[in-house]
Ligand binder design. Structure first.
Ligand code: 5GP
Ligand code: ZN
Length: 114
């Protein structure tokens, strides 16, 4: 999707600090981190929100979750603890409409989130 910010990161038209990449998934550092570790994990395929993902994309979504776990390991926060968050639609605070998992940690996380 040519107008999508994260699709432009996938196509390398916008630079990002890449943490992990394979044929289906890309992980890169959030430009405005809200925790010492704050990495975004996205499918290369464009979906605007979680509501747009079909059952037939189940393998991709599972892979996204496993890559997020691998990112937590690579960033050294797996054993201490980390959080995976996804926002869906305006009231959640979603600001980029290409689905992404936030992998966050390196500090004690608050619960419930704001
Ligand atoms: P959302 O608010 O949609 O859940 O999360 C979007 C995230 O994307 C935010 O944490 C924001 O800081 C991050 N972000 C927005 N624009 C860019 C960008 O151009 N590059 C990177 N690396 N992150 C971005
Ligand atoms: Zn996109």
């Amino acid at each position: 999707m040519e107008t999508c910010l994260f699709c432009k990161i996938v196509s390398k038209n916008i630079p990002a600090t890449i943490v992990y990449e394979d044929d289906r998934v890309l992980a890169f550092e959030d430009i405005d981190p809200k925790a010492p570790v704050h990495t975004l994990v996205i499918p290369k395929k464009h979906f605007s929100t979680l509501l747009d993902v079909a059952e037939s994309d189940s393998d991709l979504m599972a892979h996204l979750l496993f890559v997020s776990r691998e990112v937590a390991r690579r960033k050294g926060i797996a054993e201490r603890g980390f959080r995976i968050v996804t926002n869906c639609n305006p009231e959640s605070g979603q600001s980029v409409y290409h689905i992404h998992l936030h992998v966050m940690g390196g500090r004690r996380m608050l619960w419930p989130p704001g």
